[in-house]
Design a protein around this ligand. Structure first.
Ligand code: AMP
Ligand code: TRP
Length: 333
């Protein structure tokens, strides 16, 4: 019988060790990674060099790097199936970013990045060059590993598009060097909104953490945050992004962390009020967080350090091979 050799596609994604990871990160990104582990070669990074594009306290950064690994593991990323590694441990990322800065990335592209505009706000002249160049480092992360699929939340789509453009430009000039990656974005839950303002994304860098449910939040604090979440006018539990943005967001969270889908929830809550709905949603969130934190608390720092070292070794090999090729085609070797 002919043996079928299946070549798995590579997926790459990462999260910055900054701020408190929240249910938006889990629903939009990590939960879809967990499902992808069976089918793909998965590489998940803790992108610490992205985190330093804004000021970080060294002690806090060191602690959060470990914390993010534990969150990956508690969420179900299995180090026997997927590679988990720390971006700064593999120098090829910043080296390739520099080369892509010179070949492929253009000022005009970076000027279009909405995340930069949002983050820099009025201070565009005084923020770090790193914050501006951040999407090029992200392109390097992705292109180093022949990544085909990049599972991220909606807000990262523009950055993945830029990585595609950079790869195409580089390939045009130097011949086929990089695969062209594609963003994969969940249909539901790709953009979890703030609990107090459904027009704003739930963000781990938000200065008001009442907007977010942190994955490591105290359980009773999380319950209170849900009970205080804003709702819309009217009293029906409906999914309608135009007229009921707050309710729609809460329904999405309910469906994503619980076991019932949105149409089912809408049916089950017909005739009931916002109060009942929020009380039940709080129970679902509390159950999710309790289970999650139980797993999280069992993971030791030692285990994390071993996993990161094993991951570093694996990606180092892949990254060096790609860098050798890149250095040759551009003529520095
Ligand atoms: P960040 O918090 O910017 O480091 O994002 C890490 C990952 O979580 C990225 O894939 C984001 O797109 C995703 N993400 C962040 N915030 C949200 C949100 N509110 N809803 C859905 N996905 C999110
Ligand atoms: N910029 C991403 C974010 O803030 C994190 C990130 C860095 C990333 N490099 C990546 C995501 C490569 C996917 C692929 O969410």
């Amino acid at each position: 019988m002919e043996k079928k050799i299946e070549i798995k596609k590579t997926i790459f994604s990462g999260i910055q060790p900054s701020g408190n990871l929240n249910i938006g990160n889990y629903i939009g990104a990590i939960s879809q990674w967990v499902k992808m582990q069976e089918k793909y070669n998965c590489i998940f990074s803790i992108v610490d060099y992205h985190a330093i594009t804004v000021k970080q306290s060294p002690e806090e950064l060191r602690r959060r790097i470990i914390e993010v690994v534990k969150i990956y593991l508690a969420a179900g990323i299995d180090p026997n199936k997927s590679i988990i590694f720390q971006q700064s441990a593999v120098a090829a990322h910043t080296e390739l970013a520099w080369i892509l800065n010179c070949y492929g990335a253009r000022i005009a592209d970076l000027n279009k990045m909405t995340q930069f505009k949002d983050k820099a706000g009025e201070n565009q002249e005084s923020v770090s060059v790193g914050l501006y160049d951040y999407p090029v480092l992200m392109a390097a992360d992705i292109l180093l590993y022949n990544t085909e699929i990049v599972p991220v939340g909606e807000d990262q789509k523009q950055h993945v598009e830029l990585a595609r453009d950079i790869a195409k430009r580089f390939n045009n000039e130097f011949g086929e060097t990089f695969l062209i990656p594609q963003a994969v974005i969940k249909q539901e839950g790709a953009r979890i909104m703030s609990l107090l303002d459904p027009k704003k994304k739930m963000s781990k860098s938000d200065s008001n953490q009442n907007n977010c449910i942190g994955l490591l939040d105290d359980i009773e604090v999380a319950r209170k945050k849900i009970m205080r979440a804003v709702t819309d006018s009217g009293s029906e539990i409906e999914y309608d992004l135009e007229d009921k943005p707050a309710l729609s967001n809460l329904l999405t969270i309910y469906a994503q962390l619980g076991t019932r889908e949105i149409p089912r929830l809408v049916k089950d809550y017909r005739g009931k009020g916002y109060g009942d709905f929020k009380k039940d949603l709080a129970d679902v969130v509390v159950k999710f967080l309790t289970d999650f934190q139980k797993k999280y608390n069992k993971i030791s720092d030692d285990k994390v350090i071993k996993i990161l070292e094993a991951g570093r070794k694996k990606v180092e090999k892949l990254a060096s091979a790609k860098m050798e090729k890149v250095r040759q085609v551009i003529g520095v070797r």
